[in-house]
Design a protein around this ligand. Structure first.
Ligand code: AHR
Length: 509
């Protein structure tokens, strides 16, 4: 059977909203082996490190141009007391990480270590403050400690701990999941807390804060509305309020139940399609939250942030259930590529997104072996790398005159082909996914308003959707040059094999 043909029109001379690089953000929590053993091994480790930070992890992640890193949680953020993580390591207090595995946390990775990590990665820090069990003063002091120049109590403390100059830290989260682990609050309660905490997180000097209020769980649009109401009245009466510049929401792709989320690697075709349906739902959710925000903020002054997203499977057999360690297959890569197409489409409102999480937890970029330390790049890593040219590029609208191929999955229509495009610095980048498990597709790109030269295509696919990378087979799923791209009178024909992700880059002539 010949592949279905999908016509797609892209006007390369009509740039749309800029795709913020922060849509490619990351998240590192004190959870399982994300920080300890993942990012941080301590100065005495045999693994090459700088100040205890693993240099192979840094090197791998630098290739992704990570724009920002969210830390220290997650649920952990609302029980973290930052002053426990400064000063000489041997005198830092030990606590119990009650959320994640009930293990002891020695606080050896704290504020200075996190800022050093961000500097090594070239990423902006995004700090989640403690609203749930912390105080307004504690968060206000943290901002002062990190960002104030000159002289003040917190500046003196920072200098005593070896850092003369302030850092720049724009992004501050006002708690996390306040509806759950962040305090079990109602939306009204949290809105009042966010106003209070946000008020006393001050701009010091020219370090202008971008405060991100903790938002909804999935489709809880009422939560978003409660927060947006704090800004003014319904309609056009938006009054910029200094306590928040953005609000967030979280959405995980979980095709199973909360109790049995399914295996990361042992799954069938039906499980795959259910996963894709759940992943595609992120479009509906961003649209829903954006619609609510539009009612109160039609000028789009307040940003929407999806600061936790990704797949969530059962933990790998034999690993600590509280550590959320999971493998990562070609299916996860397709979840990521679908998300990015949706993110690009919503670039006018969605200003940041953070995959959960970067190393050894949930949908990770990197897995490290607890015994040998061997590092593996996951299929998801490669999607981030292949797509990095979209960061800060102008989005380009994609028109689909013939629609998209689709399948019925438990009564829901799943579109099996997805694509998005952008331009930056005289270059075009088109990303295309075919999530069909068995059928190929040909996308006919009709590129209008400009010619292209030197197209270069890469493909991420494998013999089966369950394919994944391990220390013994680290390149089982890795990008390769893609030759099945042919010039047509008005653009390109791109062949997409079943379950594949393809990027096409070209110079705009
Ligand atoms: O990413 C794992 C956890 O998921 C985070 O700590 C929490 O915010 C969410 O429920």
């Amino acid at each position: 059977m010949s592949p279905v043909t999908v016509p797609a029109i892209i006007n390369v001379d009509v740039p749309g909203p800029v795709i913020s690089r922060h849509l490619y953000g990351h998240f590192a929590e004190h959870l399982g082996r994300c920080i300890y053993g993942g990012f941080y091994v301590g100065e005495d480790s045999d693994l090459p490190n700088e100040g205890g930070i693993r240099l192979d992890v840094v090197e791998a992640l630098r290739a992704l141009n990570i724009p920002n890193l969210r830390w220290p949680g997650g649920c952990f953020a609302d029980e973290y007391h930052w002053m426990d993580g400064i000063g000489p390591k041997e005198s830092r207090p030990v606590m119990v990480n009650t959320h994640w595995g009930n293990v002891e946390e020695n606080n050896h990775f704290g504020t200075h270590e996190f800022m050093a990590l961000c500097e090594l990665l070239g990423a902006e820090p995004y700090i989640s403050g403690n609203v749930g069990s912390g105080t307004v003063r504690e968060m206000s002091d943290w901002v002062e400690y990190l960002t104030r120049e000159g002289d003040s109590p917190m500046v003196r403390l920072r200098k005593a701990n070896g850092r003369e100059k302030p850092w720049r830290v724009r992004f501050w989260g006002l708690g996390n999941e306040a509806w759950g682990c962040g305090g079990n609050m109602s939306a009204q309660q949290y809105a009042a807390e966010a106003r209070r905490f946000g008020t006393y997180c001050r701009d010091h000097g020219d370090n202008k804060l971008y405060r991100i209020a903790a938002g909804a769980n999935g489709a809880d649009y009422a939560w978003t509305e409660t927060l947006m109401k704090q800004l003014g009245e319904l309609g056009c009466a938006y009054r910029p309020a200094p306590f928040m510049q953005a609000l967030s929401f979280h959405y995980y792709t979980i095709p199973g139940t909360w109790q049995d989320k399914g295996s990361a690697t042992e799954f069938g075709v039906d499980d795959h399609y259910r996963t894709m349906v759940q992943a595609a739902r992120v479009d509906e959710l961003i649209t829903g939250h954006s619609n609510v925000m539009d009612c109160y903020d039609p000028g789009k002054n307040v940003g929407l942030v999806l600061d936790e997203w990704g797949t969530w499977w059962n933990v790998e057999p034999g690993t600590n259930p509280g550590f959320l360690y999971q493998q990562n297959t070609l299916r996860d890569a397709l979840v990521a590529s679908l998300h990015f197409d949706v993110f690009h489409k919503h670039a006018d409102r969605l200003v940041m997104a953070n995959i959960a999480q970067t190393v050894n937890v949930l949908q990770a970029m990197i897995l490290t072996d607890p015994d040998s330390g061997a590092l593996v790049r996951t299929p998801t890593y490669h999607v981030f790398e292949m797509n990095k040219g979209h960061q800060d590029a102008a989005s380009l609208r994609v028109d689909l005159p013939g629609g998209l191929p689709a399948r019925q999955v438990d009564g829901t229509e799943l579109r099996t082909v997805s694509l998005s495009a952008s331009r930056k610095d005289g270059r075009l980048l088109v990303s295309l996914s075919n999530v069909d498990a068995g059928e190929a597709a040909d996308v006919e790109l009709d590129l209008r308003g400009g010619a292209i030269a030197e197209p270069r295509a890469r493909i991420l696919t494998a013999g089966e959707l369950r394919a994944h990378n391990t220390p013994d087979a680290p390149e089982a799923v890795a990008p390769r040059p893609h030759e099945q791209v042919t010039a047509t009178a008005s653009g390109l024909r791109v062949h997409l094999p079943a379950h594949s992700f393809v990027t096409v880059e070209a110079r705009l002539a």
